[in-house]
Ligand binder design. Sequence first.
Ligand code: PEP
Length: 252
Amino acid sequence: MRTNIVAGNWKMNKIFEEADDLIANIADFVRNNELENTAVIICPPSLYIELATDLAQETELYVGAQNLSNYESGAYTGEISAAMLESMGVDYCIIGHSERRKYFKESHEVLAEKVNIALKYNVTPIFCCGELLPEREAAQHFDIVKTQLEQSVFHLKEGDFKNLVIAYEPVWAIGTGVTASPDQAQEMHKYIRGLINDKYGKETAESSSILYGGSCNANNAKELFANPDVDGGLIGGASLKADEFIKIIQSI
Ligand code: PEP
């Protein structure tokens, strides 16, 4: 049985007191509720990772980073390495988010390096893929997602690929309030699982968690998560309020 996952991507939001409050509320919820076969992950800004791992101690709440360097260590001012994340108890890292592809020009090659270095240091990549609106309108969405996977993760050996989570995030749905319909999400998730099946075989395809991301909120999560190939969500804006994020967790 594959794991359901609800992961919150806070992006560049929250000052310290707000972060403290939000993490404490989510940690309390996770501490006091049995979440069968579901992993809850928060990905706050890196500055709050120690706060998050402290508050998450002795709970089943996992902490992820939003980014890591493709370099191992050294003179890379401002960067954070995979080894640092591992040493701080970080279990996951978002890689390939469309905002990093767009604003920081992260290429397929750099993303492949990030995936490799994360796995080397036991940090599970949450690898994001998804098409732009004109690409969907031109019916290129399947090809775009296939290329993103082929270029940045399908070089992995099966054993490494099993330590990776995929998030399908149509770029037109991110932060726009426009959500993919449950049918659109299921169609793409099934396609992705088929690609994994072709590359790594049935067992790996069936055990891979594929998350949906893009304007997922407390009102639409249940319908999205009800699809057989949607194993949870990567949540942006709706992860910034404890009560809404908790409702999303309860929708799984
Ligand atoms: C995201 O940025 O990963 C995301 C899914 O954002 P939102 O939920 O705000 O669309």
